[in-house]
Design a protein around this ligand. Sequence first.
Ligand code: GTP
Ligand code: MG
Length: 317
Amino acid sequence: MSEAKIKNVTDLTGVGPSIADKLSDAGYDTLEAIGTQSPGELSSATGIGKDTCTKFIIEARKAADIGAFLTGTQLMEKRATVGKLTTSSSTFDELLGGGVETQSITEFYGPYGSGKTQFILQLAVNAQLPVEEGGLGGEVAIIDTENTFRPERIISMAKALDLDPDEVLSRIHVGRAYNSHQQMLMVEKVSEMAKERPIKMLGVDSLTGAFRAEYIGRGNLADRQGKISAHMKELARFGDLYNAAVVVTNQVLSNPAAFFGDPTKPIGGHIVGHTSKFRIYLRRGKAGRRVCRLVDSPHLPENEALISITEDGIRDG
Ligand code: GTP
Ligand code: MG
């Protein structure tokens, strides 16, 4: 089949009904999904031979225009569609250049109790606000790996914004992941959902907790980093494809007597750092406040904002 006519997975050379089923069962039902995989990953996920997978990937890439160059004008147009999601703190929004951006991964990292989960919950409510009010006018998916999603907290935050709490809760889709494997698969589930529902924010709380628990010791470090990196790529792709804000949390060890590593360094180190476009370091400040520091953003100065976590949610400090 000529490239111009390839519109679906079933149009790829050599894809018959049984291969199409294998691909679809493993979640590969678009050309983009196939074209952005490596042959090894695609082969192990589907049970299809690696050489055949390589052919599919090359053809899917060409057909879906993956890896093609975009002009500066096209990039400007894409950039113009970026949405900004309010954090409910005007000073923090300003620090972020207007709010949490869509088409990017924003990472909140910090020690236990620093407010990472509170930000996820607040953004999950705010994403439902209309665009004119700092929202994204959409629904939300949260991958919860630590069982920290609290509906009661959503209700308080929604009421404080004069939103109907039941409606707000009905637009937040929470998937509980019990291990890193489930966590990674859940991104596919969210992509499925996003085809039918306007998912404009995807939260992962926590991004790294399950990986840290499962890959223990130096010998497993490379493996762990590879998995986190693959997961981050899927998350970035989701944000790009659906013009959604992707917000992840990452705990740092607050115990200065920690035996291994620098206690202020986030888990996953530079792998997470390079893929997250916005990284915010949270720490406790005076009188219950939290200091939010924007760390190495590509186009914004490194700076800090002070916020409070109140009954109503996140507010200016
Ligand atoms: P870990 O997940 O353990 O790493 O912590 P975290 O960074 O996710 O912390 P989290 O967002 O859970 O912050 C917990 C803090 O938020 C609490 O210590 C409180 O200070 C504050 N907080 C949580 N819920 C409420 C609430 O209903 N009212 C008020 N005023 N503060 C709250
Ligand atoms: Mg938390």
